[in-house]
Design a protein around this ligand. Structure first.
Ligand code: PLP
Length: 384
């Protein structure tokens, strides 16, 4: 009897430890708000009044309609988007936008690209496959540590659009002030910082973000586009890649990623109702980022970030220790302490803490405390 009890207890412990949520600093797919996961769990078997889960009903049903419309209107509310813009839900992740943007907006012209890190560089290389591009700034020589000033941008008057990435997820470099393009549509990849702060949408021609960082699960990408730009989409652009056709079909040319859109609806409900909007979210994010940056800045050079101070991201914080051995030791010990996915992007190594909207303050404070302890327990003699 006692043995059976022990066995049951062991299995229970195993189950408990395997299902324990850790502080997950992944750059994406990333942490989601607990209330969102709890609600999705409650509604997983049966969406209220639908008799089935959201994955099992028609995307054209009266039960799904308020979900996709609600997600769209929540996004409008959060960013205060005027009627002159449409909000689209598309598939193919951010990477497909790298190609869809020139396919729809170039119209045989040339686009100007601002290359501030790995993601804008990749966007440029995809756009080159579609049409003419011109690089008007590239931060490669200085290791992608900052964004350029307006004076450094030589924007051609006839440019089809100017392309930027608001937050370079790998380098942790974020725009604080967006460039003035003198009326030329500004196109922005906001995949890793959408909803981290308020944004004046009217400064942009198009803003897009894949969902798997601040919006929901992978599978859906949100595109906010000024309606006059929809007229640029040529009829020869295949339907599913054509902004105008997607807009006319209210993002339902074919079956949309229903579950992902449902989670976007819940995440935006959470931002509006639990957090209280983007001003509040921004305050929380600034405070969380400051916890880590102060640990870094007060470490007497033990921890080093990548970005110049003025352009530091409040979403992704890459950092290094004095040696690769210490980087590795930090990563392993952090994991043992329940602080996971802190490895830097595979292309650059080091460490990176992604502290998106849904990362609780407690998670960031725990990491900060861990960093302070780690320095004490692993001193580094620069002269040895
Ligand atoms: C800024 C940025 N752009 C684009 C991408 C690519 O996104 P996806 O995997 O959805 O194509 C990422 C992914 O990490 C990103 O951080």
């Amino acid at each position: 009897m006692k043995n059976i009890f022990n066995l049951t207890q062991t299995l229970k412990n195993l189950f408990m430890s395997e299902s324990k949520r850790l502080f997950n600093f992944s750059a994406g797919p990333a942490v989601l708000p607990i209330p969102v996961l709890e609600r999705a769990q409650r509604e997983l078997l049966c969406l209220p009044n639908a008799g089935a889960s959201v994955m099992e009903i028609s995307h054209r049903s009266k039960e799904f309609e308020p979900i996709i419309q609600g997600a769209g209107s929540n996004i409008r509310k959060l960013l205060n988007i005027p009627e002159s813009y449409d909000v689209l839900f598309v598939q193919g992740g951010a990477l497909l936008q790298f190609a869809m943007i020139p396919m729809n907006l170039l119209m045989g012209g040339t686009a100007n690209y601002v290359v501030t890190g790995a993601w804008s560089k990749k966007a440029l290389s995809e756009a080159k496959l579609v049409g003419n591009t011109r690089t008007i700034w590239d931060g490669n020589d200085t290791g992608y540590r900052r964004k350029p000033s307006d004076e450094e941008l030589d924007i051609a008057n006839d440019s089809a659009y100017v392309y930027i990435c608001s937050n370079e997820t790998i380098e942790g470099v974020q725009y604080q002030v967006f460039p003035n393009t003198n009326g030329i549509p500004l196109v922005c990849d906001a995949s890793s910082d959408i909803f981290c702060r308020p944004l004046d949408v009217t400064k942009f021609g198009l803003i897009y973000a894949c969902a798997q960082k601040n919006l929901g699960p992978a599978g859906v990408t949100v595109v906010i586009i000024r309606r006059d730009l929809l007229e640029r989409s040529a009829v020869s652009v295949p339907s599913l890649l054509n902004y105008k056709k997607i807009s006319e079909a209210a993002s339902m040319l074919n079956t949309p990623p229903c579950f992902a859109i449902y989670i976007v609806k819940l995440v935006t409900d959470w931002l509006l109702n639990d957090i209280g909007g983007l001003d509040k979210m921004h305050e929380i994010n600034k405070e969380k980022a400051a916890l880590l940056y102060s640990a870094i800045d007060n470490s007497d050079g033990y921890y080093k970030t990548h970005a110049d101070k003025k352009f530091r991201s409040i979403m992704n914080i890459p950092f290094r220790l004095p040696s690769e051995e210490l980087d590795k030791k930090f990563l392993n010990s952090a994991k043992e302490a329940g602080l996971v996915t802190l490895g830097g992007h595979r292309s650059v190594g080091g460490l990176r803490a992604s502290i998106y909207n849904a990362m609780p303050r407690e998670g960031v404070a725990t990491l900060r405390d861990f960093m302070l302890e780690f320095v004490k327990n692993n001193p580094y003699n620069r002269h040895s």
